[in-house]
Design a protein around this ligand. Structure first.
Ligand code: SAH
Length: 347
């Protein structure tokens, strides 16, 4: 069955013509799915019953099932666990900032990138998400909160550039003026650094903000933390990052998770400075979120401050990521992982 929520409006128009319906029906259906955010064909009340039945027979309307929500008492951050139609579960996060609501979505079920500190990759990759499954995380959260989503960050479980076509299609649908009409500038995609895709993405989505997970200032250390670094060197990665800023004129974000005694020393800050000097970039320092399967420890507050100060001294834009929802479920992928582990324990 065709996944109707993943079709663009022109594609949907073609579909309507194919099944012998008027073209304008596509606009109505598109609006029900992407603006009114309904979950079933039966809610599309300006379509005849006959047409609704026809749609049900030929098209699948993807709608995620909300399994669990945890809301932080500290900052109102909420984590959502959704079940997909094949039974897999994924997680998303809603963060409330003064500049608007931001939703962090997953791009895959699991992940095969193998980053050592990350919970999402522990059980490997199950599959990439369909565009509709990425979108519906945002739609369900907007409905749940009854507030407009302003920003979308693709920083949940999965490597978005390992699901590239679906990612680009999702962005197209999300930014469509006939849909939620989110601005490209309000979308951030985070990658572990799949170099050829950085070039392709720059050419195809020049307004989207790109974040690159760096986490180390040199190849030796990066290879220990992130297997992808065996495939692409830091030189290649930084060259791609420069291409991105040149082509798009947009500032790039480098994510750097600080792990105690591993990548948080003075000399690492110094090396990082020489890597990014002169680039139109911003460095986001993330105190590593410990996961129980690995023994990485967060750097001390003082060490993090010193690291930041050193970068700032060289005129580099740097922030320490605020820990949101610290009282709910730790690191990325942990809510999903603990849910799966719990389900497996039950007889
Ligand atoms: N695969 C993409 C996006 C998902 S991860 C990427 O690698 O960028 C989003 C960010 O969280 C990445 O920077 C990732 O390295 C980081 N991250 C993952 N697990 C973490 C942990 N336990 N503590 C801190 N940051 C973590």
């Amino acid at each position: 069955m065709i996944d109707i929520k993943s079709l663009t409006l022109p594609e949907l128009q073609e579909e309507m013509e194919k099944i012998g319906e008027k073209k304008f029906r596509a606009g109505q259906i598109y609006e029900w799915m992407h603006v009114k955010l309904v979950d079933s064909f039966d809610e599309m009340t300006n379509l005849s019953k006959g047409l609704r039945e026809k749609l049900k027979e030929q098209y699948e309307l993807i709608s995620l099932e909300l399994v669990e929500v945890q809301t932080s008492k500290i900052d109102e951050t909420s984590k959502f666990l959704f079940r997909l139609s094949d039974g897999n579960v994924i997680e998303s996060v809603l963060m409330k900032y003064h500049h608007g609501n931001s939703v962090c979505i997953s791009s895959q079920v699991g992940c095969r990138m193998g980053c050592r500190f990350c919970a999402s990759t522990l059980d490997g990759l199950e599959r990439g998400l369909k565009p509709s499954e990425m979108l519906d995380q945002i739609y369900k959260i907007q409905k749940w909160s009854q507030e407009r989503v302003h920003n979308v960050v693709v920083m949940g479980t999965g490597e978005p550039f390992d699901n590239f076509e679906s990612l680009c299609r999702m962005i197209e649908l999300l930014c469509s003026p006939d849909g939620l009409n989110i601005s490209h500038r309000n979308i951030t995609v985070s990658t572990c650094g799949i170099v050829p895709k950085i070039y392709e993405f720059a050419d195809r989505n020049p307004q989207v903000t790109l974040a690159i997970s760096l986490h180390s200032p040199n190849d030796t250390m990066r290879r220990e933390l992130m297997p992808i670094a065996n495939k692409y060197s830091m030189d290649e990665l930084m060259e791609a990052a420069r291409y991105y800023t040149r082509t798009t004129g947009r500032r790039i974000t480098f994510e750097y998770s600080l792990v105690k005694g591993v990548n948080d020393k003075k000399e690492h800050a110094q090396e990082l400075i020489s890597r990014v000097k002169g680039m139109n970039c911003h460095i986001n320092l993330i105190p590593v979120n410990p996961i129980k399967e690995r023994n990485f420890v967060q750097s001390d507050k003082k060490v993090i401050e010193n690291f930041k100060n050193k970068l700032e001294k060289y005129g580099i834009n740097v922030t320490i990521r605020r820990e949101m929802g610290a009282d709910i479920d730790g690191a990325c992928g942990q809510l999903r992982k603990s849910f799966i582990d719990k389900s497996n324990e039950q007889p």
